[in-house]
Design a protein around this ligand. Structure first.
Ligand SMILES: NC(=O)c1ccc[n+]([C@@H]2O[C@H](COP(=O)([O-])OP(=O)(O)OC[C@H]3O[C@@H](n4cnc5c(N)ncnc54)[C@H](OP(=O)(O)O)[C@@H]3O)[C@@H](O)[C@H]2O)c1
Length: 258
């Protein structure tokens, strides 16, 4: 199936590890030009090298999504290099979950800056370009947005805000031909889990097996980063041209609601 992504320009935050890195590889394989960001310059360089070796036309930008100036620079760099932006993926993030009584205002501020303000600002900066191209936005969230558990704040609250933002913008931008969707992750193999495995002295395989068993995932395994990349690539492509305002669970059946 031709996804129509050849020559399209896609921006992805958090492309230097985990799900974002897998997405950048898939987009390059589909012929898209990819700008991605992260904070660690060494990881950015190493992913940029691998993508270029795979034939990708890519741009790695050191940018922290909690810094408005960094986001503005990220958008400008891609627009300057390629003259257009067709897709935007808000992916950078990390889990922050604790009992409410233990949270400080600083925890809430940090999570909202990372997961809500970061996405809002990046969309605002990229909007003039997306209006010209009739582009697509994908917000990477977590199933906690639909089914928050006790002790899951501030993450699940930020993710619910991301889901509301997705719906609001799908209505606001529909007449601009801009589609806005969200992907709600359950548990998927990525850098954050590899670091957790190593901290606990487990192999990655042992860690994922324990994670799958402990979480009761109906499909009996954690997801693969490629499975995320496939879904997001589809949502960015013209093959999903009538799909907007949805929040799709990517979780092997883990979420209790559709
Ligand atoms: N994997 C899962 O099971 C799972 C579950 C639920 C939700 N999610 C969500 O899926 C997204 C991807 O997660 P992942 O599992 O792939 O994580 P990961 O392996 O830790 O990768 C995170 C990426 O985001 C970047 N990043 C983190 N903070 C950033 C910041 N402030 N500014 C710019 N870049 C930043 C990281 O690079 P630097 O550290 O160098 O900046 C890295 O490239 C996140 O939003 C996460 O919350 C994942």
């Amino acid at each position: 199936m031709d996804l129509g992504l050849e020559g399209k320009v896609v921006l992805a935050t958090g492309g230097s590890d985990g799900l974002g890195r897998a997405l950048c590889h898939e987009l390059v394989a589909e012929g898209a030009k990819v700008a991605f960001c992260g904070r660690d310059p060494e990881r950015l360089d190493s992913v940029a090298e691998a993508l270029a070796a795979a034939g990708g036309d890519v741009l790695a930008v050191r940018a922290d999504v909690t810094e408005p100036e960094d986001l503005s620079r990220f958008v400008d760099a891609a627009a300057e290099k390629w003259g257009r932006i067709d897709g935007l993926v808000n992916n950078a993030g990390t889990a922050a979950a604790m009992p409410l009584a233990e949270t400080l205002d600083a925890d809430w501020d940090a999570d909202l800056q990372l997961k809500v303000y970061g996405a809002v600002r990046l969309i605002r900066f990229a909007l003039p370009h997306l209006r010209q191209s009739g582009g697509a936005i994908v917000n990477t969230l977590a199933i906690g947005a639909k089914t928050p558990g006790g002790g899951s704040a501030p993450s699940s609250v930020s993710r619910a805000a991301g889901m509301a933002l997705t719906k609001v913008l799908s209505k606001e931008f529909g007449s601009d031909r801009i589609r806005v969707n969200a992907v709600l992750i359950g548990l998927i193999e990525s850098g954050q889990w590899e670091r957790r495995a190593s901290a606990e002295g487990l192999t990655v395989g042992e860690f994922y097996e324990r994670l799958a068993q402990g979480s009761g995932i109906p499909m009996d395994r954690v997801g693969r980063a490629q499975e995320y990349a496939d879904l997001v690539t589809y949502l960015l492509s013209s093959r999903s041209s009538y799909v907007t305002g949805t929040a799709i669970n990517l979780d092997g059946g883990l979420c209790a609601v559709v």
